[in-house]
Every structure is written in structure tokens, then in C-alpha cells.
Design a protein around this ligand. Structure first.
Ligand code: ADE
Length: 330
């Protein structure tokens, strides 16, 4: 690939980042631990969703030792609503490693932490350790394939490897700023759906896609598989001031989290609903179409855990897939 293009692009994006970067809580004080927390939280999750949660999480677990000492239930509760809960379990395990062994200081050590893949390891090395390790995710692939008007399929590992090598050779001494500048450009200027804001882009004068007026032809991607649709019934059972909860299976979607009794297809008859509501929730590979029913019952079925509204709020991590039914919990 043409290295002169990326070499010209690096100082432009660094200068732009210094002036235009968003004021985000994880860009203030930085330690290995805070970078680990922010990068795990930001995997597959929008910055706006993470902002406040990051601050609350670090207030409760300010050090690896504090996180390592917490129960898994509490860590999941602090992760509630963020989705992809295996990240919370991995972060909990990673904190135990840091508390016992200290922080790793090279790519191999970082990559070996639970929940840390190539992208996150690159980001942590660049931001926390000052190492020139590229962090290449979908945003970075998009901005580079536009910069180069590169028709390589970004869902193929070979394309990722090519761009990763390109970045590695072009890394400036400001490794953390460079890494975050690439993410930032993809997040606020060179956006994925709809027209990118080329008028505000530091690369507008170099970007081959823009110069050809073909920004939206890039990146090239594989066709997505359609999501599997699951019809389900959710029973919000109320007995006095308590509600039935069950723990999801230890493996699979939303593993080990709490939910209202959930049935694929129809639920058994338990009584006449006093309210009904439909809701859907979209996961990466599945879509749930739920029929929710609020039913008053006069005995606590021992198959379930029975909790008050306050206990549900304080203790049990209920994923946001069930948010529509939480309004019945009073
Ligand atoms: N996405 C992943 N890491 C990020 C970071 N450090 N800042 C903004 N968005 C991100």
C-alpha cells in the first residue's frame, strides 16, 4: 500500500484530534486499569451509553483490588443495561489477574488478559503503555478504506491485516492520541450510516474516496445474515408486593442474568393478565418478539425467586431486553 498517503495523513489527524476531540471521562486520568475498564466497556457499545456508566463503575470499583474483591452478582449489576455481559465477567477476571500479578507491560501480556482481543489489546497498548500497536476495528477499517478508496472486503482478515501493517509502520510517538484520533474520526466525521461529514474532515484534501466523490462506496463488506426471530412470552407474575424472577442458564445469550419467567412460544396458563404489552429486542444474531403479560397470582411458585421492586432495582441484574416490562414493577 502507498505509505506516503498515511504518512501525510497522520499529522493532520493528530492536529484535528487535539482541537476537536470530545471531552470524555476516560480521557482524563489514565492508568492501565482505567483504560482496561473503558476499552472493555466501549467494545460494541456507543460512547453515549458508556459515558456515565464508566464513572459509576469506577466510583464503585476504583482499583483492580476493589473489583477483584466484589461478587460476580454485583459486577453484573453495575454492568446492567450495557449488554454483552461476558465483558463484565472477563473484566472481573482480568482485575483478579492485575490484583495478583500487577499490570502487563507488553502486547503479549495485555492480549492474554480475559476479554482482550487484538483490537482491545492494541488500544490498551497505545493508550496506556505508549506502544505502537494498532487497534483496528470497523471504524478504523472504514476510515482507511475511504482514505485509500480500497475495495478490499473489511470482513476478511486479510484486509484487516493489511491495514494493521500500514498503521504499525506509520505510528507517531503520540501513540494514545493517534489510536483515539482514528476512533474519533470514525465516530464523529467518517460515520457509517448516511453521509460522512467530509466538510469537517482533516483528510478531505487527501481522501481518495472523497476526491472521487465516492465516499459511500466504501467500505466493502460481506452481506449480513438475517437475524433469527424468536417469539416468546414473558410473564410478570406479581404476588403481593413481590415479583417472580428466574436466572437464565449459565451458557448462551444473557447467561446467568435475571429475567421474568420467559417462555419460547406460548406460556402455560397462570391466570388472567391485568396488562399486556408487546416488545422486541434486537441482539447481534437474534431478535426477540415478546408478548409480555402482567398477572396477579396468590401464591409464590417456589420455582422462582420472589423479590420486591426495590430489591430488583438494587440487587438483580435484569438486562435491558426486558426494559419495556419494568414499568409494571412498582
Ligand atoms: N471506542 C473504543 N475505544 C474508544 C475510546 N478510547 N474513545 C472513544 N471511543 C472508543
Amino acid at each position: 500500500m502507498d505509505e506516503t498517503l498515511i504518512n501525510a495523513a497522520v499529522p493532520l489527524i493528530l492536529e484535528w484530534y487535539r482541537v476537536c476531540k470530545r471531552d470524555l471521562p476516560w480521557r482524563k486520568e489514565r492508568t492501565f486499569y482505567t483504560v482496561l475498564v473503558s476499552e472493555l466497556m466501549l467494545q460494541q457499545t456507543r460512547v453515549e451509553a458508556v459515558r456515565e456508566r464508566y464513572v459509576l463503575f469506577l466510583q464503585r470499583f476504583p482499583t483492580p483490588a476493589a473489583l477483584a474483591a466484589a461478587s460476580e452478582e454485583e459486577v453484573l449489576k453495575m454492568w446492567e443495561g450495557l449488554g454483552y455481559y461476558s465483558r463484565a465477567r472477563n473484566l472481573h477476571k482480568a482485575a483478579k489477574v492485575l490484583a495478583a500479578q500487577g499490570c502487563p507491560s507488553d502486547f503479549k501480556g495485555v492480549r492474554a488478559l480475559p476479554g482482550v482481543g487484538d483490537y482491545t489489546a492494541g488500544a490498551i497498548c497505545s493508550i496506556a503503555l505508549g506502544l505502537p500497536e494498532p487497534a483496528v476495528d470497523g471504524n478504523v477499517l472504514r476510515i482507511l478504506s475511504r482514505l485509500y478508496a480500497d475495495g478490499g472486503n473489511i470482513d476478511e482478515p486479510a484486509t484487516r491485516a493489511r491495514f494493521s501493517a500500514l498503521l504499525r509502520a506509520a505510528y507517531p510517538p503520540e501513540t494514545g492520541d493517534f489510536c483515539e484520533a482514528l476512533m474519533e474520526l470514525g465516530a464523529i466525521i467518517c460515520v457509517p450510516n448516511g453521509a460522512p461529514m467530509c466538510g469537517a474532515c482533516p483528510w478531505a484534501g487527501l481522501c481518495r474516496a472523497h476526491l472521487a466523490g465516492e465516499e459511500e462506496r466504501y467500505p466493502v463488506r460481506s452481506e449480513k445474515k438475517a437475524r433469527r426471530v424468536v417469539e416468546a412470552t414473558v410473564l410478570v407474575l406479581r404476588c403481593g408486593d413481590r415479583y417472580a424472577l428466574e436466572k437464565r442458564p449459565a451458557k448462551g445469550l444473557l447467561a446467568g442474568l435475571w429475567q421474568f419467567p420467559f417462555f419460547e412460544g406460548e406460556a402455560p396458563e397462570v391466570g388472567k393478565p391485568v396488562a399486556e404489552k408487546r416488545a422486541r429486542h434486537i441482539f447481534t444474531h437474534v431478535e426477540w418478539r415478546m408478548h409480555g403479560m402482567l398477572v396477579h397470582v396468590n401464591a409464590e411458585d417456589p420455582r422462582y425467586v420472589w423479590a420486591t421492586a426495590d430489591e430488583i432495582k438494587r440487587i438483580y441484574a435484569v438486562p435491558s431486553a426486558f426494559k419495556a416490562f419494568m414499568e409494571w414493577i412498582k
